[in-house]
Design a protein around this ligand. Structure first.
Ligand code: F6R
Length: 635
C-alpha cells in the first residue's frame, strides 16, 4: 500500500535518499512512484510502474534538470497503490496545487474528497488527476493563501484548518514553495507532516531529518526515531522537529534509539525475497520456542499477558488474509485442548459483531504488519465495547501494538519483504499453539503428560522444517507439472482446512490462477460441478494417533477419491510413511511424519513452494504480485 519517504538536510543527497527510501517501501505493494524536490521552485517527477521506471525517466532529463536533482537537499517521495483513479502517470503522487506552490504525498483515503473538490473548483482551482490527494494540495493552498493574506500564516494553524476539513485517514508530507510567503521567518526548506490513522515515523539525524511510512525505511538512514501518534502534526527542517497535536498542544518529541537496519534490501543470495523468507522459517520458529518466558507445566507463559485466561468464556479472533487463516488453527487447537469456543471473524466483517462481545470474552487481533486498517478498526470497536484485547503482530512499531500495549505478542519473524506472507504466517501458527498452551494450562485443561507431549511436538517442528527445505527440488518438479492449469481446488478438513485456505491464497497471489479451498465434506454440495481434467484437486490428508482426527483423515481421503472419479488431476499431500491409497493419486507430495494436530506448519511448506515455483515458471513478479499491497492501511 502507499509509502511515504521524506528528507531534509544540508547535503545534496535528497534525490538519492528518496529513491533508496522508496525502494525499501516497494515491499508494501505499489503501482506508481514519484518524488518532489524543493529548490528555488518545486519540481515533481513521477511515473506509472516500478521505481526502476522512475529512475530511467530521471536519467533522460536535460542537464539543467539533472543539476536540480543532484543539488537538492529537501524532498518527498511516494509509492502509490491506486484507490481513487487508475494507476497512471497523472494519478501518481506527489500532487501539486493548481498554482504549483505546494506538493503533497498521501497515504490513506479522503472520504469527503468529492464534496471538497466541487467546492475548490467553484473557488477557481483546477484538477488534473482523479485522486483524492490532489484535493488536499488545493485545499491546503487555499487555506495558506487566505492566512497569508490576513498576515496570520503559521504551519500548525494551517494544518489544523486543513485537517478540520478532511474526513478519512491520512499520513501526509507536504512541501511548500516559500516564494508566495516572503515574510515567513521559518526555514524555507522544511516538510510538513500529518498523521491520522495511517502510519508515519520521523527519523532524527545530524543536521538532517527524515520521515517515512515505516521505521525500517528510516532506520536505513539513522538509528533515532520519533513515532508520531495519531492526530499529530510535525514540521521538520534540517535542525528542528516541532510536533503539535490536532488540538494545538505542543508535544515533546520522544526519541527512541533502535538498531540501524543496513541490510533491509539484501536477498542474501536468494533469487527472490519470498524464497529467502521461506528458508528463514526454521530459524524464526526456533527463536519463538527459545523466547518462551516460562515453559513449566505449572506456570507456562509465552509472555506475561495481563489477562486471567481461566475466566475467559469465549474468544473472538479477528484478522485478514493469511492472518485470518492462521487464526482458524487457534479455533481447532483450543476447541480440542480445552473446549473453549473461538469465533474467527474476518476483520472487515466484524462491524456489527462487537455488540455480541461480553465482559468475560477475549478479542485477539492477528496482523503481520500491525497496520491493517480493518483489523485496527475491529480492535478499536471491541475496546470501546469493553472487551479484553490481545494482539499477535510481527511489527513492534505498529498501531496494533500501541493499541494493545503489554498484551501484545510480537512474533520474531523480522521484516517480511515479499508481499505474500510465508514466515509471518507460520510464526502466527506457532504463536497460536503457544498461546493455546498458555490458555489451556491456565485453565488446567490438559494433563502434565499431554502438555509434555505438545511441547515435544512443537520443538521438533523447526528441525523437521529445516529438513524439508532440502526437498525444494522435489516440490519444484511437482509444480512444473501443474503450471499450465488455471483453476485449482484445495481440500482438507479439521485443522488443515487452515492449510488448504492458505495454500489456495498463496497460489492465487503468486501465479494469478484461480484457487478455492473447501472443507472436503463440502465438495459434493456444489464445487464438484466444476471438476474435470482441467481442474487439479490438492488434498491435504495427514493421519493421526487421535481417533477423532484419524476419522477426519479417512474422510478427506474419501472426498479426494470422489474428486478423482470426476477426472480431476489429483495431488495428495501426506506424511512420509503413509502408504494408504497413495497409488490412486496422480502425484503425492510428502512432509516428514508428524501428527495431524501439529501438521499445519509443515503442510504449508510444500504449498508455499508449489505456488512459488508455478509463479516462477509462469514468469510472474514473485515478490510484488500485481494489485497486491503488503500493509493494507485503508478499509
Ligand atoms: C497473504 C497476505 C495478506 C495478509 C493480509 C493481512 O499472503 O500477506 O493476505 O495476510 O493482508 O495483513 P496483516 O497480517 O498485515 O494484517
Amino acid at each position: 500500500m502507499c509509502g511515504i519517504v521524506s528528507y531534509v538536510g544540508e547535503e545534496p543527497k535528497a534525490t538519492r535518499l528518496l529513491l533508496q527510501g522508496l525502494k525499501s517501501l516497494e515491499y508494501r505493494g505499489y503501482d506508481s512512484s514519484g518524488i518532489a524536490l524543493l529548490n528555488d521552485t518545486l519540481s515533481v517527477y513521477k511515473n506509472k510502474g516500478k521505481i526502476l521506471d522512475l529512475e530511467k525517466s530521471l536519467s533522460t532529463l536535460s542537464d539543467e534538470e539533472r543539476e536540480k536533482l543532484d543539488q537538492s537537499i529537501c524532498g518527498i517521495g511516494h509509492t502509490r497503490w491506486a484507490t481513487h483513479g487508475e494507476p497512471s502517470d497523472i494519478n501518481a503522487h506527489p500532487h501539486m496545487d493548481s498554482d504549483g506552490t505546494i506538493a503533497v504525498v498521501h497515504n490513506g483515503i479522503i472520504r469527503n474528497y468529492i464534496k471538497l473538490k466541487k467546492e475548490l473548483i467553484y473557488k477557481g482551482y483546477t484538477f488534473k488527476s482523479d485522486t483524492d490527494t490532489e484535493v488536499i494540495a488545493n485545499l491546503f493552498s487555499y487555506i495558506r493563501k487566505d492566512l497569508i493574506a490576513k498576515g496570520e500564516y503559521e504551519d500548525f494553524l494551517a494544518m489544523r484548518l486543513l485537517s478540520s476539513r478532511l474526513e478519512g485517514s491520512y499520513a501526509l508530507a507536504i512541501l511548500l514553495n516559500e516564494s508566495v510567503n516572503p515574510n515567513t521567518t521559518q526555514p524555507a526548506k522544511r516538510i510538513l507532516l500529518a498523521k491520522h490513522e495511517s502510519p508515519l515515523v520521523i527519523g532524527v539525524g545530524q543536521s538532517e531529518n527524515f520521515a517515512a511510512s515505516d521505521s525500517d525505511t528510516v532506520l536505513q538512514f539513522t538509528d533515532s526515531i520519533i513515532r508520531l501518534a495519531d492526530r499529530e502534526f510535525a514540521v521538520i527542517s534540517k535542525n528542528t522537529i516541532d510536533i503539535q497535536d490536532f488540538e494545538g498542544n505542543m508535544i515533546k518529541p520522544v526519541i527512541e534509539v533502535l538498531k540501524k537496519n543496513d541490510s533491509l534490501m539484501d536477498k542474501k543470495g536468494y533469487k527472490h525475497f519470498l524464497l529467502k523468507e521461506i528458508n528463514e522459517q526454521p530459524t524464526v520458529l526456533s527463536k519463538m520456542l527459545s523466547l518462551i518466558e516460562d515453559s513449566t507445566y505449572e506456570n507456562f507463559k509465552l509472555i506475561n499477558f495481563n489477562i486471567n485466561f481461566a475466566e475467559i468464556e469465549k474468544i473472538y479472533c479477528i484478522a485478514c488474509g493469511s492472518a485470518y487463516h492462521s487464526a482458524q488453527a487457534l479455533k481447532y487447537i483450543l476447541g480440542s485442548w480445552c473446549s473453549l469456543p473461538v469465533d474467527v471473524i474476518v476483520a472487515s466483517e466484524f462491524n456489527f459483531q462487537h455488540k455480541l462481545i461480553g465482559e468475560r470474552d477475549l478479542l485477539i487481533g492477528v496482523s503481520q504488519s500491525g497496520e491493517t486498517a480493518d483489523t485496527i478498526l475491529a480492535l478499536q470497536k471491541a475496546k470501546s465495547a469493553g472487551a479484553r484485547l490481545l494482539a499477535i503482530t510481527n511489527r513492534p512499531a505498529s498501531a496494533i501494538n500501541n493499541l494493545c500495549g503489554a498484551n501484545t505478542y510480537i512474533t520474531p519473524a523480522d521484516l517480511e519483504i515479499s508481499v505474500a506472507s510465508t514466515k509471518a504466517y507460520t510464526s502466527q501458527l506457532m504463536a497460536h499453539y503457544l498461546l493455546a498452551l498458555q490458555i489451556a494450562t491456565a485453565r488446567k485443561a490438559i494433563s502434565r503428560e499431554f502438555f509434555t507431549d505438545i511441547l515435544h511436538n512443537l520443538k521438533t517442528l523447526p528441525v523437521l522444517l529445516d529438513q524439508m527445505l532440502n526437498r525444494a527440488n522435489h516440490y519444484k518438479a511437482a509444480a512444473v507439472n501443474f503450471a499450465g492449469y488455471r483453476d485449482f481446488i484445495f481440500l482438507s478438513r479439521g485443522i488443515n482446512h487452515t492449510t488448504a485456505m492458505e495454500g489456495a491464497l498463496k497460489l492465487k497471489e503468486l501465479s494469478y490462477a484461480h484457487a478455492s479451498a473447501y472443507p472436503s465434506g463440502e465438495l459434493k454440495h456444489g464445487p464438484i460441478a466444476i471438476l474435470d481434467e482441467n481442474v487439479p484437486v490438492i488434498s491435504i490428508a495427514i493421519p493421526s494417533i487421535y481417533p477423532d482426527e484419524q476419522i477426519i483423515y479417512e474422510k478427506i481421503i474419501h472426498n479426494a477419491l470422489e474428486a478423482k472419479t470426476r477426472k480431476s488431476p489429483s495431488i495428495l499431500l501426506t506424511t512420509d510413511s503413509n502408504q494408504d491409497h497413495v497409488e490412486e493419486f496422480d502425484l503425492v507430495m510428502r512432509i516428514p511424519d508428524i501428527d495431524q494436530l501439529f501438521s499445519p506448519i509443515l503442510a504449508t511448506i510444500p504449498l508455499q513452494f508449489l505456488a512459488y515455483f508455478i509463479a516462477e515458471n509462469l514468469g510472474k513478479d514473485v515478490d510484488q504480485p500485481r494489485n497486491l499491497a503488503k500493509s493494507v492501511t485503508v478499509e
